[in-house]
Design a protein around this ligand. Structure first.
Ligand SMILES: Nc1ncnc2c1ncn2[C@@H]1O[C@H](COP(=O)(O)OP(=O)(O)OP(=O)(O)O)[C@@H](O)[C@H]1O
Ligand SMILES: [Mg+2]
Length: 601
């Protein structure tokens, strides 16, 4: 039987083993469901094998009874008829019930497993180190998370259940045929090697096509995700048609692969049909001659023919499952590719204490994966509570510096110390919990204002949310929006102006119980008056915290203690500034002034 290994050739055993190892937790506590899934399938197979027998008794004991032969099991012909009809009904009822039950059980086990696997993959994607996300494409990751994950269920158990069920059905049918009439069985089985060859070849082609299709879908999804996220640019450059053309090129090649798959499947169906017919024709011809000559009863011929007719159906199903399995392992392989990458080391090291906030960098270098050395030996120290402004030309390494402090990036060499201790000794989550961060570009969620602020500290009370908004001068904006704090933002804060989005991100940072504040260009995009007011807000939020603010231009509105100037990944100068004043104006006054400005403008 050469066909089995062939149709399974697309299935890489290594991947199957790795799939089981990696996703075993998804099946935890489901052994009962799994066992009943297999058991129900076997019961269904048994019932299917029983199915033709009542007809035999009707034929041989009722319709064409041999002289001197009693009805079946000592029953009269009428009794046999009733029993056979009853048995047919009983088999159907049992079969229907078992099939229903097994479908439900399989769905329950499958759904639970899929939900768990998706959670596992989602968590892993989020825990992968930051540099991974520089090079990965969101759309493709989404296809893996939402699409490929669905198929893993097949590789884990769904396909196996069907393969075991249909495989036993084929073997059972063949064995019964041999027991009934070995020569007729051989006649029915002679097309098997040929069919095996055909199915094997088709399956292999199918799994290749499937892999290609998945890749194309990943490409198309990445392109669509990027294009939709940057819709403003697409429209501004009147590139809708161009984008659509490029998208449809990706989709078309995926679609071509789909048609190709349908063609191969159709060919497989045709071959199965023809070869089954060829075997059946021989069985009918020889079997009928034997029946005429009395070697076989009509009932036996009928039973035999009905087995021969359905002999290859389970085989085709097994082969289809082989293909499904190879598709599933292709998909599992794509997910495993991501899961194989080791995540950041959460849970390792000692919990970060309440820091005082003394920061020091000692000869810190950072080189990006493409070889670009963004930090080239930074040595600098900040006192607890310092407000530091970092300035320097574009590309001088300011944002990279903040990422290194947050441990989003691990220095290629050199050390970072917090309160005189190397930061990599602290457990990562607890370490980052000591920081508040405002990224350089707008990163907000398509959720309510309240939820966006709460992201800073999910257990904060309503009063704290409002205080944070006030501190970041966002309360005026919230008051103006319909729904106030319950107003839902567009994706990535698309319904706010650039300056408003900055202030909301600042409010989110203000809510956090952070010892160190890292603000990447919080003043960019603000009008002069707003710069001054948000500058004041930052000073207020920064009070008592070590604060590093990246800012271009004069930093007077921030009134810093230190100005760190960077150039080409190096520190060019560190300048201590004597503070203009220690009095920071109160929040409510500034808010009122801001709002008055809004009314008058
Ligand atoms: N993911 C990345 N992969 C490779 N190189 C990068 C990556 N991110 C930044 N760089 C490079 O590292 C250097 C420093 O970048 P960084 O973003 O730190 O500059 P910056 O000082 O914040 O600039 P800007 O004022 O424009 O925000 C630049 O030359 C940049 O091209
Ligand atoms: Mg930057």
């Amino acid at each position: 039987m050469t066909w089995v290994p062939q149709s399974f050739r697309g299935v890489s055993l290594g991947t199957v083993r790795e799939t089981f190892r990696t996703f075993r937790p998804a099946l935890r506590g489901q052994s009962l469901g799994l066992a009943s899934s297999f058991l129900l399938t076997l019961l269904v197979t048994g019932l299917e094998l029983l199915r033709p027998w009542p007809i035999k008794f009707i034929f041989d004991r009722v319709l064409i009874p041999q002289t001197g032969q009693p009805g079946a099991f000592g029953l009269s012909p009428q009794g046999t008829l009733v029993a056979a009809a009853g048995a047919t009904l009983l088999i159907s009822v049992l079969l229907g019930t078992l099939v229903q039950r097994s479908t439900i059980v399989a769905a329950q086990v499958g759904r639970k497993a899929t939900v768990r696997i998706r959670r596992q993959v989602f968590e892993h994607l989020h825990k992968l180190a930051f540099p991974f996300h520089h090079t990965s494409r969101t759309g493709d990751l989404l296809v893996r998370l939402m699409g490929d994950v669905n198929m893993i269920r097949d590789a884990l158990f769904a396909s196996w259940v069907n393969i075991v069920g249909r495989g036993t059905l084929f073997l059972g049918t063949a064995v019964i045929m041999f027991l009934l009439e070995p020569w007729l069985a051989l006649l029915a089985l002679y097309p098997l090697p040929l069919l095996g060859l055909e199915l094997g070849r088709s399956s292999r082609k199918l799994s290749e096509v499937a892999r290609k299709q998945r890749r194309r879908e990943g490409d198309a999804a990445s392109f669509a995700a990027e294009s939709l996220r940057q819709i403003r640019v697409v429209k501004a450059y009147a590139a809708e048609d161009r984008a659509t053309r490029m998208f449809s090129k990706d989709s078309r090649s995926g679609e071509r692969a789909g048609v190709q798959a349908a063609r191969i499947t159709a060919h497989m169906e045709r071959m199965t049909e023809i070869l089954t017919g060829a075997g059946l024709a021989m069985v009918l011809f020889v079997g009928a001659s034997w029946t005429v000559s009395g070697r076989l009863t009509a009932g036996e011929l009928l039973v035999f023919v009905s087995y021969a007719r359905s002999l290859y159906k389970p085989l085709r199903k097994v082969s289809n499952e082989g293909t499904r399995l190879s598709k599933a392992t292709a998909c599992a392989g794509r997910v495993l590719e991501v899961l194989r990458m080791s995540p950041e080391s959460f849970g390792v090291g000692r919990p970060a204490p309440e820091f005082r906030g003394a920061l020091a960098l000692e000869d810190v270098h950072y080189r990006y994966a493409d070889g670009n050395e963004a930090l080239r030996g930074i040595t600098v120290a900040f006192e607890p509570g310092d407000l530091v402004v970092v300035s320097g030309p574009n590309g001088s390494g300011k944002s990279t510096l903040l990422s290194v402090l947050l441990r989003l990036l691990v220095p290629t060499s050199g050390r970072v110390l917090l309160d005189d201790e190397p930061i990599d000794g602290f457990e990562l989550e607890s370490y980052r919990n000591r920081f508040a961060y405002v990224p350089q570009d707008t990163q907000l969620f398509g959720a309510t204002i309240r939820e966006n602020i709460l992201y800073g500290r999910p257990d904060a009370a309503e009063a704290e949310i409002r205080a944070a908004a006030r501190a970041a001068l966002f309360d005026g904006v919230a008051a103006r929006l319909p729904g106030g704090y319950d107003a839902v933002l567009g994706e990535d804060g698309a319904t706010l102006s650039g300056g408003e989005a900055r202030r909301l991100m600042l409010a989110r940072a203000a809510l956090r119980h952070a010892r160190v504040l890292l603000l990447d260009e919080p003043l960019s995009g603000l009008d002069p008056e707003a710069r001054r007011l948000v500058g004041l807000a930052i000073r207020r939020i920064a009070a008592g915290r070590t604060t590093i603010v990246v800012s271009h231009g004069p930093a007077s509105e921030l009134d810093p203690d230190l100005i760190l100037r960077m150039a080409e990944g190096r520190v060019r100068s560190v300048e201590a500034v004597s503070r203009a004043t220690d009095d920071i104006p109160e929040a409510p006054q500034t808010v009122i002034r801001l709002d008055q400005r809004r009314v008058s403008s």
